[in-house]
Design a protein around this ligand. Structure first.
Ligand SMILES: [Cu+2]
Length: 352
C-alpha cells in the first residue's frame, strides 16, 4: 500500500510539472509549430522534404552587383539615432571566380555589410524582406531588449516576404558581434544571411591596432549545380569553405608590415568548427565573444578552434617578412570540392 501511494504521488507530480511548464506556441503565419515539425528518430534521413535538404532558390536569382562582402554600411542620422537599412535578397554569389552559389544575402553580399557603431549609440535598422520566405534578424551577443531579439514565434512574428520591420536598440557592450537570420536558421544562415556587427568602445582602454580585419568562416554545399545549406547531417556536408564569402585563392591577401599590430576578428558563422592556424608568429587572444580578456589572462597560441557562434579577437605583430599562411587545420576544409588548395586559407603578406 505505501508503494502504491508513492507511485500515485510520483505520477501526480509529473502531471503537475507538465501542466505548469508546457505552454502553447503562438501560431504565427508562415511558421510551423516547432513540435509538429520535429522528425521522429529514424525518420530523419528518410524524409526528402526536410527544409534543410531543399536547394536554395532555382539559380535564376540576379548576379551579385558587388564583389566583396562585409563592407561598412553607411547610415543616416535622425534625431541622434543612427539609421541603417538592410534588405534580404537572393543573389548568385561568386565564392570563386568560376564557382557561384545561390545565396540569401543582406544587401546583396556575403557576408552582409558591416554595421559599425560606437558603444552607447542609438541604433535603428530598417529591415525589408525581399526573400520568398519569412525571416527575422537576431543580434548575436548584443544586449538588446527582448522584443528586438529576433526569434520568430518567441519574441516576434516572422517577417513575411515584402514586409518591413524596424529593429531599435542601444549598441552595447563594445566588441565583435554578428547579425544573422533566426528563421530556419540552419538553412538561412548557411545560405548567407549573416553579417558582422562591430561596436567600438566609447573610451578605448588600449591603443588600437594598425590593421583590424573581420573574418567570417562558413561552409557551402554545391551539388548538381544547385546550392544546398551545408550542415552536419548525412549527405549535407559541405564541399566548399569560405572566409568572408570567398574560398581560397579568392580569399584575398592581407598586406601588412613588420612591426605592425594586426587584429583579426574571427567569427564562426557556419555549422562546423574550424581550428585556425597562423604560420610564422604566435598570436594572443584579446577578446572572447566580444568581451575583452584581461592582459594577464591572454593566452598565446598559434591554433585556435572557432566554433559556430563564437568570436575571438586575436592580435599579433609580424617580425619576419614573407607570405605567411593563415588556414583551418581540418585539412579537408582547405579544399574546393576536394581539390587542394582551397577553402579556408588566406595569405598574410608581410613586407619590411
Ligand atoms: Cu575548418
Amino acid at each position: 500500500m505505501p508503494r502504491i501511494s508513492a507511485f500515485v504521488l510520483y505520477m501526480l507530480g509529473i502531471f503537475l510539472v507538465s501542466a505548469c511548464t508546457i505552454t502553447s506556441f503562438p501560431s504565427t503565419p508562415g511558421m510551423q509549430n516547432p513540435r509538429s515539425s520535429t522528425a521522429t528518430p529514424g525518420e530523419m534521413t528518410l524524409r526528402g522534404d526536410s527544409h534543410g535538404m531543399r536547394p536554395i532558390g532555382d539559380n535564376t536569382a540576379p548576379l551579385a552587383v558587388q564583389a566583396i562582402g562585409g563592407q561598412p554600411l553607411s547610415y543616416r542620422l535622425e534625431n541622434g539615432v543612427k539609421v541603417f537599412e538592410l534588405t534580404a535578397q537572393t543573389v548568385r554569389w561568386p565564392i570563386l571566380e568560376e564557382v557561384l552559389v545561390t545565396a540569401m544575402t543582406y544587401n546583396g553580399t556575403v557576408p552582409g555589410p558591416m554595421i559599425k557603431v560606437t558603444e552607447g549609440d542609438q541604433v535603428k535598422v530598417v529591415f525589408t524582406n525581399q526573400l520568398e520566405e519569412p525571416t527575422t534578424i537576431h543580434w548575436h551577443g548584443i544586449e538588446v531588449p527582448n522584443a528586438m531579439d529576433g526569434v520568430p514565434g518567441i519574441t516576434q512574428a516572422p517577417i513575411l516576404p515584402g514586409e518591413t520591420f524596424t529593429y531599435e536598440f542601444v549598441a552595447k557592450p563594445a566588441g565583435t558581434f554578428i547579425y544573422h537570420s533566426h528563421y530556419e536558421s540552419d538553412r538561412q544562415v548557411s545560405a548567407g544571411l549573416y553579417g558582422p556587427f562591430i561596436i567600438e568602445p566609447r573610451s578605448p582602454q588600449h591603443s588600437q591596432p594598425d590593421v583590424d580585419v573581420t573574418l567570417m568562416l562558413s561552409e557551402w554545399l554545391i551539388r548538381g549545380g544547385e546550392t544546398y545549406p551545408a550542415m552536419p547531417m548525412s549527405g549535407m556536408e559541405p564541399n566548399y569553405f569560405t572566409i568572408n564569402g570567398k574560398a581560397y585563392p579568392d580569399t584575398g591577401t592581407l598586406h601588412v608590415k613588420v612591426g605592425q599590430t594586426i587584429r583579426l576578428r574571427l567569427i564562426g558563422i557556419g555549422q562546423f568548427i574550424h581550428p585556425m592556424h597562423l604560420h610564422g608568429f604566435p598570436f594572443k587572444v584579446t577578446a572572447i565573444d566580444g568581451h575583452p580578456v584581461p592582459e594577464s589572462a591572454q593566452q598565446i597560441m598559434d591554433t585556435l578552434s572557432v566554433a559556430p557562434g563564437q568570436r575571438f579577437d586575436i592580435e599579433f605583430t609580424p617580425t619576419e617578412p614573407g607570405r605567411w599562411m593563415f588556414h583551418c587545420h581540418i585539412l579537408h576544409h582547405t579544399t574546393n570540392n576536394n581539390a587542394d588548395p582551397g577553402g579556408l586559407m588566406m595569405i598574410i603578406d608581410v613586407t619590411p
